[in-house]
Design a protein around this ligand. Structure first.
Ligand code: HEC
Ligand code: HEC
Ligand code: HEC
Ligand code: HEC
Length: 175
């Protein structure tokens, strides 16, 4: 018997290791793991219960048809409303407005996407703000872009400041 003792000892160690593994598995593998496949089945329900924050531009159309129509046919149509404003769910609850929608009216905001940078694709519309404004003898102030550009149709033909018209822009811009 004495000469097989070391074999039993190894056998016992292996048994203990297997038992420890089984107990560990019971403790750590989530309950619904493997119910339908190699994943935790309850995760599907958790993902489904996640509140939807963004709803896309179409979700704004029923209440803001004018802005939507202007935007849809103009240069910013590739930017979803919520990119410039804020998520749908910060503004609408149960199909009604419950809080103001964010609006950023600063030049900084436009320049985040349009300041001339070597890293931007050449074809992307971009300006050196100081030089662009100097063409019109203007200086960079917080709301200056809106004198000539609207946000929904950014071409200067729809400026917010109605005293600035395509004609006065032409006069302002020496060429
Ligand atoms: C490029 C950024 C940008 C995008 C894209 C954009 N907006 Fe705006 N929006 C603005 C800014 C800036 C103002 C504030 C303009 C002003 O001072 O009149 C504004 C104003 C508004 C207003 C308030 C208008 C008013 O007269 O008070 C509404 C409503 C609105 N946007 C809806 C939308 C909807 C709907 C879309 C998508 C179809 C959209 N916006 C896309 C930047 C954007
Ligand atoms: C169920 C209707 C409804 C929907 C949907 C809706 N809005 Fe509004 N929104 C309103 C009302 C009402 C006002 C306040 C009166 C107004 O300016 O027309 C408003 C105002 C705004 C304003 C001006 C700031 C303010 O809060 O008064 C902006 C900007 C705006 N909405 C953007 C959006 C965008 C972007 C979406 C889509 C993500 C959207 N809205 C979806 C009803 C809606
Ligand atoms: C989130 C990024 C973003 C913001 C913020 C933004 N723009 Fe744009 N803008 C774009 C993109 C993208 C285009 C379309 C580029 C293209 O056609 O390839 C564009 C196009 C334009 C154009 C050219 C329009 C045309 O029809 O050729 C002008 C002018 C412009 N934007 C001005 C502005 C002004 C002014 C603001 C601030 C109110 C602003 N943009 C805010 C991304 C942005
Ligand atoms: C006095 C009017 C005026 C003001 C203020 C103004 N712009 Fe412009 N912008 C124009 C005109 C006009 C054009 C048309 C292109 C041209 O003739 O230079 C233009 C063109 C652009 C373009 C398109 C450039 C291209 O390569 O297609 C962008 C982007 C732009 N402006 C961004 C801005 C931003 C950002 C501001 C604020 C810092 C601003 N603009 C302020 C009048 C103005």
């Amino acid at each position: 018997m004495n000469d097989t003792k070391h074999i039993w000892r190894v056998f016992l160690l292996v048994l203990i290791a297997i038992a420890a593994f089984m107990v560990g598995r019971l403790l750590f593998v989530p309950k619904t793991f493997g119910q339908f496949g190699h994943y935790r089945a309850a995760n599907v329900l958790e993902q489904r219960a996640f509140p939807v924050k963004y709803q896309g531009a179409e979700s704004c159309e029923p209440c803001h048809a004018d802005e939507f129509a202007l935007w849809k046919n103009a240069g910013h149509k590739t930017i979803v409303c919520e990119d410039c404003h804020a998520p749908y769910d910060s503004h609408i609850k149960n199909d009604e407005k419950f809080a103001d929608m964010e609006i950023n009216r600063t030049a900084d905001f436009c320049l985040r996407c349009h300041q001339k940078l070597t890293a931007r694709p050449e074809k992307f519309p971009q300006v050196n703000a100081i030089e662009h404004l100097a063409e019109f003898k203007m200086e960079l102030t917080d709301t200056v872009c809106f004198k000539c550009h609207g946000p929904h149709d950014p071409t200067p033909k729809d400026p917010i400041d109605k005293t600035v018209t395509p004609k006065t822009i032409k006069e302002l811009k020496p060429k």
